[in-house]
Design a protein around this ligand. Structure first.
Ligand code: HEC
Length: 118
């Protein structure tokens, strides 16, 4: 009986491990992005239509869901953060695909929020 329990325990731990590898990233929410690091982007985004409309178009709608790339060590590594789902620079096709079909202007990319001075 003990062996059976041990076996089942190992199997369930293994399946949790395998599932976590293949799990899709999940959203962590704009507040977290803003509070953790991106204050400038967050505060300016709050004043845009993307933030006031329903449903909101938040950070992760444009930049990809953050559960896997939001960790500092991943975020600081461009290749790792890209592999973890970060879209560092969202581009025109994303904007025009569903929403800005007729009214897209190139400067909209720059205007999605303010940017931290480099
Ligand atoms: C509507 C889409 C959209 C939303 C919403 C959005 N971004 Fe962006 N973000 C962009 C685009 C487009 C760029 C690249 C701009 C460029 O090419 O100049 C960018 C660039 C950035 C950058 C890199 C440049 C910089 O500002 O230093 C950061 C960091 C960033 N966004 C964070 C955020 C955070 C945090 C939020 C949520 C509070 C957010 N973004 C919401 C579209 C968006």
């Amino acid at each position: 009986m003990k062996r059976l329990i041990a076996f089942l325990l190992v199997i369930s731990l293994l399946s949790i491990f395998v599932m976590s590898i293949f799990a899709e990233p999940t959203a962590i929410g704009a507040e977290k992005c803003g509070k953790m690091c991106h204050k400038v982007e967050y505060e300016s985004w709050l004043k845009t239509k993307h933030a006031t409309q329903e449903p909101k178009v938040d950070c992760e709608a444009c930049h990809g869901k953050g559960s896997d790339y939001s960790k500092m060590s991943v975020m600081k590594d461009p290749a790792a953060s890209k592999a973890a789902g970060l879209i560092a620079k969202p581009e025109k096709p994303f904007c025009t695909e569903k929403c800005h079909k007729a009214n897209f202007k190139d400067d909209m990319l720059q205007k999605s929020h303010e940017h931290k001075a480099k």
